[in-house]
Design a binder for this molecule. Structure first.
Ligand code: FAD
Length: 366
């Protein structure tokens, strides 16, 4: 291979470029990104950035970027992929022998709301917070909860609305989801669950399906993201809730791999920082080999910082949950999820403010 094009200039794209060089690829690397910024880290956006404690955090310094020797095509969108080339929104094309799809996710939105996916979104939200007294958040997932926590730390009145009976049910199950949801009340935010949002009023406020009205000067939708695959529609790469690929990131075309939030690897699409990083190493190896020679473990690790509590989760949630250490009431504990058919098998672990023990259980996950 002489030229490899990476589409998406963020975490998974950058890590892929770095992995290519580390694995000995000395050909041309072109990285295409529709944001104008060089790769920056997203996790701080909902945390220290909103609090005004940091600005954009680069994922690589200038020296590292220089060493990579990649060509950066920033501020242009990829509009299509055909055998051998990517078309760009400025009318040009990039011809390549291999392709890494790393276009991540696009925040789902609702009329009248802010979203938080990009640095530009975060800047707009930080500005909006400055003049707000009451912040309404739709969705109590990890990002919604982090935004709530930051807004509260800024002294705002905060209401979080969640459609499901408990937050984070799909990721952590109802019991542990409820445990995370209690953090809101502990810190003076209001959590309303089990009700849909009917509309968001332009002059502020959220109208709930049961008729209640939640006053808010700023409303943020934290209702997840969809995979950024529009540009691939109708092309040769198979799509299915993201870019369909095997457990090594290889798509139906052997010279095209997918990594990060956009990649649906063997039926599982992880939307976490660590998976994006891990997948890049493996997918690039397979790209250079021309076949799947390695697969990623998909540990499903995610962390979230809310109200001064670090939540860590790895593996998968089941209905059999045991608190192994500490207590939910103290907001400091480690819990394990057991296989439904074999309770000795630990298949998932969740911790609040106990990184040391979390790491121990995580190491032994089946
Ligand atoms: C606010 C926030 C906080 C987070 N906090 C945590 C956390 O605490 N812990 C954790 O584990 N994870 C967290 N995450 C998730 C983590 O940041 C993502 O999993 C990670 O960014 C995924 O990287 P990616 O490169 O696959 O996708 P992205 O970071 O979404 O990057 C994809 C890039 O591709 C670009 N792109 C899209 N379409 C095109 C196109 N057609 N042409 C060119 N470029 C395109 C996008 O603009 C973007 O720059 C957070 C995410 C957000 C948004």
């Amino acid at each position: 291979m002489r030229t490899i094009a990476i589409i998406g200039a963020s975490l998974a794209g950058l890590r892929s470029a770095q992995a290519l060089r580390r694995q000995g690829f000395d050909g041309r690397v072109v990285v295409v990104g529709d944001e104008v910024h060089l790769p920056y880290d997203r996790p701080p956006l909902s945390k220290d950035f909103l609090l005004g404690k940091c600005e954009a955090v680069p994922l690589a310094d200038q020296e590292d970027l220089d060493e990579l020797g990649a060509e950066w095509r920033l501020g242009v969108r990829a509009t299509g992929l055909s055998a051998g080339e990517v078309s760009l929104s400025d009318g040009t094309t990039v011809a390549a022998d291999g392709f890494v799809i790393a276009t991540g996710g696009v925040a789902r939105t609702m009329p009248g709301t802010h979203v938080l996916r990009t640095l530009d979104d975060a800047t707009r939200l930080r500005d909006a917070f400055a003049g707000a007294q009451h912040v309404g958040i739709i969705g109590a997932g990890f990002i919604g909860a982090e935004i709530a926590s930051s807004a509260r730390a800024l002294g705002k009145e905060v209401t979080v609305v969640e459609a499901l009976p408990t937050p984070l049910t799909r990721v952590l199950g109802p019991e542990m989801g409820a445990a995370c949801g209690q953090l809101h009340g502990d810190h003076g935010s209001t959590l309303i669950t089990g009700v849909n949002v009917e509309s968001v009023n332009v002059d502020g406020g959220i109208k709930l399906a049961d008729g209640r009205l939640v006053g808010a000067d700023v409303v943020v939708a934290g209702i997840g993201a969809r995979p950024a695959t529009d540009w691939l529609a109708g092309g040769p790469v198979d799509l299915n809730n993201g870019v369909a690929c095997d457990a090594g990131g290889v798509t139906n075309l052997r010279n095209v791999v997918a990594v990060g939030d956009v990649a649906n690897c063997a039926g599982h699409r992880a939307e976490h920082w660590t998976s994006a990083t891990e997948q890049a190493q493996v997918a690039v190896r397979n790209l250079l080999a021309g076949e799947t020679v390695a697969t990623h473990a998909n540990g499903g690790y995610v962390w979230s910082d809310q109200y001064g509590v670090r939540i860590q989760f790895a593996g998968r949630a089941t209905n059999v949950v045991r608190v192994e250490d500490g207590s939910i009431e103290d907001r400091k504990f480690v819990a394990t999820y057991r296989d439904d058919r074999d309770e000795d098998a630990v298949v998932g672990v969740l911790a609040m403010s106990n990184a040391r023990l979390f790491t121990r259980f995580r190491r032994d996950l089946r």
